[in-house]
Design a protein around this ligand. Sequence first.
Ligand code: 4AD
Ligand code: MG
Length: 481
Amino acid sequence: IKREKIKDLLETTEFDREVTVMGWVRTFRNNQFIALNDGSCMGTIQIVVDFNNTPEQLLKRITTGAAVAVTGTIVESIGKGQRVDVKATTIEILGDSDPEKFPLQPKKHSLEFLREIAHLRFRTNTFNAVFKVRHALAFAIHKFYNERGFVYMHTPVITASDAEGAGEMFKVTTLDFDNTPRTEDGKVNYAEDFFGRATNLTVSGQLEGELAAMAFGQIYTFGPTFRAENSNTTRHLAEFWMIEPEVAFADLEDNMQLAEDMMKYVISYALENCKEEIEFLNNRLQEEEKSKPQAERSAMSLVEKLNFCLENEFERLTYTEAIRILKSSKPNQKKQFKYLIDEWGADLQSEHERYLVEKHFKKPVILTDYPADIKSFYMRQNEPDEQGRQTVAAMDILFPGIGEMIGGSQREERLERLMQRMEQMNIPQDEMWWYLDTRRFGSAPHAGFGLGFERLVLFVTGMTNIRDVIAFPRFPKNAEF
Ligand code: 4AD
Ligand code: MG
């Protein structure tokens, strides 16, 4: 089908020629002016309808939401507000849209309402911008790793292991639990299941990624991951996309550098390649900020925030140093934190993370060397500190407005140490024989991290709810669409 994209036509300098455009009607004013959008950009092109020579029946069918094909002449607009018009010669209705029933009216809808019609919200400027930025960021990630010679690995979605050891997994089964023969103690007999064992949706591709890194040297994954954690927050999804690089012959220092380089690369790619979209989102956010009390308004605009992040080194400090800062911080002293920090070893809550990045350092922060007890089994054990406390070579990267953006570590490459840790944490060693094999045959220092893709999109678009940066969000009690 021959047609021209509206994005190109809005920039054209070749006038007075015949063009065909196809798209969806945003508005139809005075039986004369159609604002038409085809998804190629946020804006619309103005179609001028010769209503005197157009049948009444056809005019009635040009309604908000209808799909139309228009052939006409492209001319320089004499009206205000647009540069070009298409003077229609023929208009064909491709798909009607009943104006009484079409939920997307040409007015400002709340994001909450749009979430209920996620199948139609792509047709708004906000979501056009969000998903264009999401696309650009995904592309930039592949570009970044490709330029550095990383191999893109596709790790399995269905697995038998729990990579994080946190037990937050969705079961995958073909068993009909009501009619399944049970074992003697009444438990479901997974030997009867499709794979002959219990399986689940992956929570992370890291373990498989490590195996590949121990052969290719440097790999990354970029795929969907699943967490059955019951967190109804603006930062959590049950299904999210994760980027997980893994590098052999690398330590925590290398890992931090890679993460910072990647973040800066992809943010600057989006700034360069999604100028219009980011500007639109910037203005959108500015408007939203106006409805907040002065004290809660962000000091920086979205664009300023993104540039600030590019221009400054991420702050690096240890968990122990962070605890010291938090302990003597105003909100801790004045008991304003929900969870007060009183001793070393406590897991940081998002209020603490956000205090560090938004109030104390006012820029992205890399926290390292967490207590072993609050981190996963695979992280490399540090030498105990002067007080005999056990930490691991972990890193979390915290971002303003987001909290934890990245979680990673240097891995425990020493077989004995790893096995000891797995035993302590009740991680089944026999089932993980393949993981332990990498430590048996040519083990080497290696490190990696996981970036939550939607949290990155959230940061770059300035959206405030993670459910608005993935097409069809999955969260507790919601799997519509
Ligand atoms: O910190 P996490 O759990 O780390 C891992 O899964 C490691 N295996 C990664 C690695 O070292 N290869 O998750 C990594 C990141 C978090 O920092 C966060 O950005 C994101 O994934 N994340 C979520 N994003 C949205 N919804 C959730 N429920 C998320 N849980 C984690
Ligand atoms: Mg984490």
